[in-house]
Design a protein around this ligand. Structure first.
Ligand code: SAM
Ligand code: SF4
Length: 459
């Protein structure tokens, strides 16, 4: 969501005449877009802001702004804590940047704008960013959250849930596709409740509209809340052709006692039922999740229930976090906090277990032929097989199940007409590693879109 917001910030600054640079030292304006979901993210933001002091001394005309969730949470306090900051703008102030920045340029004043009003649904701003040739793009479909999980800062810094109008979303995606994007990831804190408050279409209906956009090859979305995840979306996953075979369904804990204290509004049994229905309806679908360890009051028995749930589900991948207190989140007041030492130990135990499942799931792909959406030339271009043909380019892409696949192609980047970012390449998976797969293209020239059912007409 912050990546998307940063793109929106960049587009608004571009309209004011600013250009992006990768060199911090030559910038006239620096915007730091921050996250406060966990204590560590906030610490990182302040440490980076502190380091900008030297830059401002060297270049007193430099404007430094801080946006995002830390800005929303701390507001004016940031101006006192970090004297070289010129602008603090909250999560709903991005649209107001075209007014705020010229004011600072003219008057050299310091501004705080953290008003949290019901956000008007603005069409997205576009910049030149798409000229960078990226194949995949985020698209926010909802902002804020109404769920108030007891550990979470999001409803306090992003405001109440609002859904964007489908016309704006579709217009934005059509624009992205025109500039070369082949895959979109639709973003919301709980996509299952899309449109309900506003009386717009349902999320599966939105998926169906996005599916009909010509030139778009793949659709992903995140996040689904298990309490609202139902048969309608499960069926949409099966039948909506461009929707990828992957679902991120954060469980947070496997213990009913902890789920209740987290205010998650589902039980372990309900979660497992939904996973079973999902796997029955969509065989081969990849499932990933989020888990928090060390929530206040989490006993060894609670933690073991989480480990047990992981063994039952066998997630393809997992984002695991140690609990940290967040301002205004009710769990701050909860008793029986878990020591840092215990939290880290639990995290390690849990990650070790997950590592086995991730490897096992990757290993199960070996021998299969998968349509890969090529993203670009791999960062590890120089590593890999000793027998590689020369000259060789190492490409990287993803399966529909969101697994990274690297492969060689006997050509060089300047002369690579048959493989390029945005192309679907059918690739035989030859090796599985801890976090990626290794493959070999089996059919380059006639590769087609990675649609459901492709296997049935595979050569
Ligand atoms: N809306 C999503 C959901 O309900 O699952 C989650 C969004 S949150 C931005 C991403 C993840 O951060 C959560 O799923 C949770 O695992 C983790 N998280 C949130 N608050 C946390 C906290 N106080 N301490 C540790 N992890 C936290
Ligand atoms: Fe936070 Fe819960 Fe909302 Fe997700 S659903 S953003 S965890 S309050």
């Amino acid at each position: 969501m912050n990546v998307y917001d940063s793109e929106q910030i960049a587009a608004r600054l571009a309209a004011l005449g600013y250009q992006q640079t990768g060199i911090l030292e030559i910038a006239d304006l620096v915007i730091v877009n921050t996250c406060t979901i966990r204590a560590k993210a906030e610490q990182k933001a302040f440490s980076f802001l502190g380091r900008l002091a030297g830059l401002k001394i060297k270049k007193p005309g430099l404007i430094i702004g801080v946006g995002g969730c830390v800005a929303q949470q701390e507001g004016e306090k940031i101006l006192r804590r970090v004297p070289h900051i010129d602008l603090v703008f909250g999560t709903q102030a991005i649209d107001r940047l075209p007014l705020l920045i010229p004011k600072i340029e003219d008057k050299r004043c310091r501004i705080v704008d953290v008003a949290l009003t019901e956000k008007s649904d603005q069409p997205a701003a576009f910049s030149d960013r798409r000229l960078d040739g990226s194949v995949s793009s985020f698209v926010t479909i909802m902002r804020g959250c109404d769920n108030f999980c007891t550990y979470c800062v999001v409803p306090h810094v992003r405001g109440r849930e609002t859904s964007r109008h489908p016309d704006h979303i579709l217009e934005e995606i059509r624009g992205l596709v025109q500039s070369g994007v082949k895959e979109v990831t639709l973003l919301g804190q709980n996509v299952n409740s899309y449109g309900k408050k506003e009386g717009l279409c349902s999320f599966p209906e939105l998926l169906s509209c996005v599916n009909s956009i010509e030139g778009l090859l793949r659709i992903r979305f995140t996040t689904s809340h298990p309490k609202d995840f139902g048969s309608d979306l499960i069926n949409a996953l099966k039948t909506t052709e461009k929707v990828c075979d992957h679902i991120h369904l954060p469980v947070q804990s496997g213990s009913d006692r902890i789920l209740k204290r987290m205010n998650r509004k589902y039980t372990r049994a309900l979660y497992l039922d939904k996973i079973m229905e999902l796997k029955d309806t969509c065989p081969g679908i990849a499932v990933t999740s989020d888990i928090i360890v060390g929530f206040p009051g989490e006993t060894e028995a609670d933690f073991n229930e989480t480990m047990d749930l992981m063994k039952m589900v066998e997630f393809d991948g997992l984002f695991a976090f140690v609990y940290s207190d967040r301002p205004n989140a009710p769990a701050v007041q909860f008793k029986n906090k878990i020591s840092e030492e215990k939290k880290i130990k639990r995290l390690q135990t849990l990650l070790e277990l997950q590592e086995n499942f991730t490897r096992m799931k990757n290993q199960a792909q070996v021998g299969s032929v998968q349509p890969i959406l090529v993203e670009g030339i791999s960062k590890k271009q120089s590593s890999g097989s000793v027998n590689r043909p020369q000259p060789t380019v190492q490409w990287t892409g993803r399966t529909s199940t969101n697994k990274i696949v690297n492969f060689f192609h006997n050509d060089n980047p300047q002369n690579c007409a048959d493989i390029f970012p945005g192309k679907i390449v059918r690739t035989k998976i030859e090796k599985a590693y801890a976090h990626s797969l290794w493959g070999k293209p089996v059919e380059v020239k006639s590769a087609s879109a990675g649609l459901k059912g492709e296997e049935s007409y595979a050569a």
